[in-house]
Design a binder for this molecule. Structure first.
Ligand SMILES: *[C@@H]1O[C@H](CO)[C@@H](O)[C@H](O)[C@H]1NC(C)=O
Ligand SMILES: *[C@@H]1O[C@H](CO)[C@@H](O)[C@H](O)[C@H]1NC(C)=O
Ligand SMILES: *[C@@H]1O[C@H](CO)[C@@H](O)[C@H](O)[C@H]1NC(C)=O
Ligand SMILES: *[C@@H]1O[C@H](CO)[C@@H](O)[C@H](O)[C@H]1NC(C)=O
Length: 259
């Protein structure tokens, strides 16, 4: 027993915590250090206290979840165990334990894998509701993790976020869809829906122009109709001139006083 303790005292194992990104590769590096040459016999992994199917690493053979793989790099007396997770999922997030069995003893350590996912560019829709000049604006973004924020600003920069109602839907893969509903006063013009992640970092913003385009459409209509009328007047004048010219040239004897 004493013999075992003496040997393990020379063996250290350290893994780093890791921040993974949804759908991407996450790599955890664990360093095994020893005074002596060590031979790794087995590596066990536990996630939140439960042994993982990919635990069995016996002298080079690995079995289990094919998204997970293990590589061992040797450098002098120290070895690095690299755990690679392909296509990282939100469900991979958790507290892991790494148990390394060597010919010189057993070492255990823990590390945390955190996963985040980026919210998508929001979709902003407006739906007219039949009262006053109020308009329902809906800003929807999905595929993010952890929970973020949706803020609303009007064109003067006033923050309307407190007046909005937020609905959160958990997607089957545990990412979030956020939907913010805001009953806006259309007299205030356009609105800006801004998506922030859980760290309050700006992700995207989108402008609801519908309130503004309505007035723009009317203005544009006036311009179009106005120019049509002008055009018609010009055409009429030109025609009148031409018919008068024709009239005077074909009947040179007639008095021009008719014009
Ligand atoms: C590794 O797997 C191969 C093929 O399945 C097997 O022949 C070999 O004995 C295994 N090696 C160890 C050390 O388990
Ligand atoms: C936004 O709308 C488009 C087209 O309807 C759709 O493909 C996309 O997934 C939507 N995005 C979100 C975040 O809902
Ligand atoms: C807008 O209002 C929300 C909710 O009150 C607040 O959390 C956020 O910090 C404000 N944003 C700015 C830029 O003032
Ligand atoms: C929307 O508002 C945010 C916060 O004020 C600002 O950072 C962003 O540039 C605005 N987006 C647009 C398209 O104006």
């Amino acid at each position: 027993m004493l013999y075992y303790i003496i040997f393990t005292a020379f063996l250290t194992l350290k893994c780093q915590n890791i921040d993974g990104v949804y759908g991407q590769i996450s790599e955890v590096h664990c360093h095994v250090k020893s005074e002596f040459e060590v031979d790794i016999e087995k590596i066990f992994w536990k996630k939140d206290g439960v042994e993982m199917p990919m635990s069995k690493f016996i002298k080079g053979n690995l079995s289990g979840d094919e998204r997970f793989s293990i590589q061992i790099h040797n450098k002098d007396q120290s070895k690095t165990i690299v755990l690679t997770v392909k296509d990282t999922q939100i469900t991979d997030q958790g507290q892991y334990q790494c148990i390394v069995v060597t010919d010189r003893g057993v070492e255990t350590t823990a590390f945390t894998l955190r996963v985040s996912a980026n919210y998508q560019k929001p979709n902003l829709t407006s739906k007219d509701i039949k009262r006053g000049s109020k308009v329902d604006l809906i800003c929807r973004t999905s595929g993010g993790y952890p929970l973020g924020h949706i803020h609303w600003f009007d064109m003067h920069g006033t923050n309307w976020s407190r007046s909005a109602e937020v609905e959160v839907i958990e997607m089957p893969d545990q990412r979030f869809e956020m939907l913010s509903r805001f009953n806006a006063d259309s007299d205030l013009g356009s609105f800006n829906c801004t998506v922030l992640n859980s760290k309050w970092e700006f992700r995207y913003s989108e402008i609801a122009g519908s309130l503004h385009t309505k007035t723009n459409n009317i203005a544009a209509g006036v311009v179009v109709i106005g120019s049509l009328i002008c055009g018609l007047l010009i055409v009429l004048l030109v025609r009148r001139r031409r018919s008068q010219r024709k009239f005077t040239s074909s009947h040179p004897g007639m008095s021009p006083g008719l014009i």
